[in-house]
Design a binder for this molecule. Structure first.
Ligand code: NAD
Length: 260
């Protein structure tokens, strides 16, 4: 796929772009021709992502590099406000594509789960998704509503729950409600909002899961394997593109059939 791909010239903001699914999303969107604002709490990792990105089939004559890295804490409103200001200053336009991949886990059984770990996961996964979505939507509306596609990375765990993940499951269930409400409110501005619900995808996040548990999950997946970040990135690229122009408020499961 060359620079004149489905997303040719569009600016995409990806949070959590320093690692795992977010990094794969950045790579896929860049291959489809998008310019990338890669944002993460881990700024060095975001820069590494930018360093590995496809920069178009032809050199960018006269222009600066098509992609840039930004530091952000999505759970902090001032940090998100700063991020949008810096992205717009750098690229001259607001992002018309936004993929919210930043997320954390703090796993513990309910009976032992501390309120701090509950709030932290809600803060990053749910409040962070809200703050970034609101900031992007405000910027797009202020720019005259040139259209847009906002994609939230939820989790199948938000639907089915998971042992040791009361905080994470609650945050991801919240993300789905947020997605559907944003879809309803933003449709009149030409902004679509959808969620992808990954199953178990092999990333640094799953490094924390004991191999025995991962093996057990792999055995439960009808397609017989755990997911790859690329599997999720492919669906995000579809939802970002005009190929999904009549889809909004949807949650797309990317699970290999797990928990269908
Ligand atoms: P990962 O740990 O590889 O990547 C998460 C990224 O988010 C990291 O780069 C981290 O620095 C960044 N991040 C964390 N807190 C942040 C904050 N406050 N502000 C900005 N950036 C922050 O994990 P991943 O597996 O790639 O997960 C990406 C998303 O996919 C998450 O939302 C996760 O919940 C979701 N997800 C993952 C799986 C899976 O099996 N890996 C399954 C379902 C959903």
């Amino acid at each position: 796929m060359g620079s004149a791909g489905r997303l040719g010239g569009a600016l995409a903001l990806v949070t959590g772009g320093a690692s795992g699914i977010g990094r794969a999303v950045c790579a896929r969107l860049a291959r489809e021709g998008a310019r990338l604002a890669v944002a993460d709490r881990d700024e060095g990792g975001a820069r590494d992502t930018v360093g590995g990105l496809h920069s178009g089939g032809t050199p960018h004559a006269g222009g600066g590099p098509p992609h840039a890295a930004f530091e952000v804490d999505v759970a902090s409103a001032p940090s998100v406000t700063r991020l949008l200001a810096r992205v717009q200053e750098h690229f001259g336009v607001p992002p018309t594509i936004c993929v919210g991949c930043a997320g954390v886990t703090r796993d513990e059984f309910l009976l032992r789960l501390g309120e701090g770990d509950f709030q932290e996961v809600l803060g990053v996964n749910l409040t962070g998704t809200f703050l970034v979505t609101q900031a992007v939507a405000r910027a797009l509306v202020a720019a005259g509503a040139p259209g847009g596609s906002i994609i939230h990375v939820g989790s199948i765990v938000g639907k089915v729950g998971n042992l040791g993940q009361a905080n994470y499951a609650a945050s991801k269930a919240g993300v789905e409600g947020l997605t559907r409400t944003c879809a309803k409110e933003l449709a009149r501005f030409g902004i679509r909002c959808n969620a992808v619900l990954p199953g178990f995808i092999v990333t640094p996040m799953t490094d924390k899961v004991p191999p025995k548990v991962l093996e057990k999950f792999a055995g439960m997946v009808p397609m017989g394997r755990l997911g790859d970040p690329q599997d999720v990135a492919d669906v995000c690229a579809f939802l970002a593109s005009g190929d999904s122009s009549y889809i909004t408020g949807a949650s797309v499961e990317v699970t290999g059939g797990l928990f269908m």
